[in-house]
Design a protein around this ligand. Structure first.
Ligand SMILES: [Zn+2]
Length: 107
C-alpha cells in the first residue's frame, strides 16, 4: 500500500496516492460521478410538489426518483469497492441533493 500523500486537485485535501484517480480523492470522484444526478432529482421533486394532491402522478414520480437514486448507487459502487463505504457515500450525496432542493425551493 502506498504511503505517498498527494493533494486532491479539487478539494485540496491530502490523501494517499493509492486512493486517488485523475488527481482526485475518493470523495471528489464520487461527487463528480453523480454530479448530474441531483439536478435530475431536483426536477422530479419539484414536479412531485406540483402534483401533490393528485395521487396517481405522485406515485409515478416517486418511482422515477427511486430509479435515479439507484443509478447514483450504482455509480458510487463502481468507484468504491467497500460496500459500507459506498452506502455511506450514497447517503451523503442524497442528503446533499435534498439540501439543494430546499435551497432551490427557497429562491
Ligand atoms: Zn477531493
Amino acid at each position: 500500500m502506498s504511503s505517498i500523500l498527494i493533494f486532491c486537485r479539487d478539494c485540496g485535501k491530502q490523501v494517499p496516492s493509492g486512493e486517488t484517480r485523475d488527481g482526485r480523492c475518493l470523495d471528489c470522484q464520487v461527487r463528480v460521478s453523480v454530479a448530474d444526478v441531483p439536478e435530475k432529482k431536483t426536477r422530479l421533486w419539484r414536479k412531485r410538489e406540483r402534483y401533490r394532491g393528485r395521487q396517481a402522478n405522485v406515485e409515478q414520480i416517486g418511482r422515477q426518483i427511486a430509479r435515479v437514486e439507484d443509478r447514483m448507487g450504482q455509480r458510487i459502487k463502481s468507484l468504491v469497492s467497500n460496500e459500507r463505504q459506498a452506502v455511506d457515500l450514497l447517503r451523503r450525496e442524497l442528503e446533499a441533493a435534498r439540501g439543494q432542493r430546499y435551497t432551490i425551493k427557497g429562491v
